[in-house]
Design a protein around this ligand. Sequence first.
Ligand SMILES: [Cu+2]
Length: 467
Amino acid sequence: MRSTTVLAGLATVLAPLASAHTVLTTVFVNDKNQGDGTGVRMPMDGNIANAPVINMNSDDMICGRDGLKKVNYAIPATAGSKMTFEFRTYVDGSRPGFIDESHQGPISVYAKAVSDFDQSPGGSGWFKIWHDGYDESTKKWAVQKVIDTNGLLSISLPTGMPTGAYLLRTEVIAMQNVTTKADGNWYCEPQFYVNCAQVYVQGSSSGPLSIPTDKETSIPGHVHPSDKGLNFNMYDMKGLLPYQIPGPVPFRPTTSSSGSNAKAALTTPTNFSGAVPDNCLLKNANWCGFEVPDYTNEDGCWASADNCWAQSKKCFESAPPSGIKGCKIWEQEKCQALANSCDAKQFTGPPNKGKRWGDVTEQSSVQVPGVMKGADLVDDPVDTTSNEKANNNVVSIPAATATTFITTSSAASKPVTTVPSIAITTTTAAVAIPTETAAQNTLIRCGRGDKNQRRAMHINRHKRADF
Ligand SMILES: [Cu+2]
């Protein structure tokens, strides 16, 4: 039976108890739970869904494993919204927990405007909207702060984000394997936990968004093994602080006061490519169950039951490791109930026509934390009224193209839209990137850091065992 098979697959998620990693599963907008997996590009293999990315040049660095493929739905938000990201060790939420206490480190959130969610997410156009590293006043890493809030990180979207489709990319970096090994050499194997959420933002302008070149970056390539913040000895910080968070300085496009008034009037978008359809009776991650055809005879009854089971099958097959709770309800309460009514010779239906379950994972009671302050976040005023791009020291991200609602079934007939090219007006300095082989599975040697770091490493040389 389908559900048994899928359950058996999910059970393996619980196996790697010792490796208490993490993955982004759920997004909240202004405290409203969007449902487990909805709009989230989650690795589909439950066995490694919460495993880190190690190779900094890998395409997995962009949006995580399986992160290059879009998911059916996107999350609507308005510029300035409170966005909360839920991370879990147990991907299906069967047990609480964000990440193992040993996995301390910084957290960043990046954004990229895309013409639509089919656009390849890699390459230029990324900017960081939030980050937090090591807080010297509280002596807490960003990871610890999110452990303290049960795996929920709340930030605010910049108010000056123009209307359009965005990928929001969360990056948790665990630094416990950046240390001196038994051979006396300095190694670094920071663990990157990266995932993307598809978000459609209603802003007070239509863009384009101009990102200062020093705040714009390419992924992969935004971090390097030689970065100071990736060569940091978290076991002996003396002389190494302040901690330097990897990646660019955040860019927080912020509207003027008149723009803030406009912001107050912003309404959550409903008609965009990737919106959850109005006639969705039950949602599980990025799958929706729709009403079956009306019928007035026995054949029609069984045809509609088949229609329901076929939808159910798709639900189980497409469910990410965050779970199949909704699929099981659809299977039992919709399909089985329908088949029972056919058995009972009630050949006019369907029963309970139009009944809505919504997303059963949205109903779980979760304490959503307030917006976390982050480190060194400053507003970047943007003029949202002018289309003039006099400053050539910026990267122009194309304005959102007109979008229409696309269902999975109609995706094949979707008109081809051309992706506007992104004009980058300055060149970035060439940076030496280690080869693929050097950065693969095993611990890799990083840049050796500065004098203070080398000293701290020396002190630590014989204190550290393998991790
Ligand atoms: Cu780990």
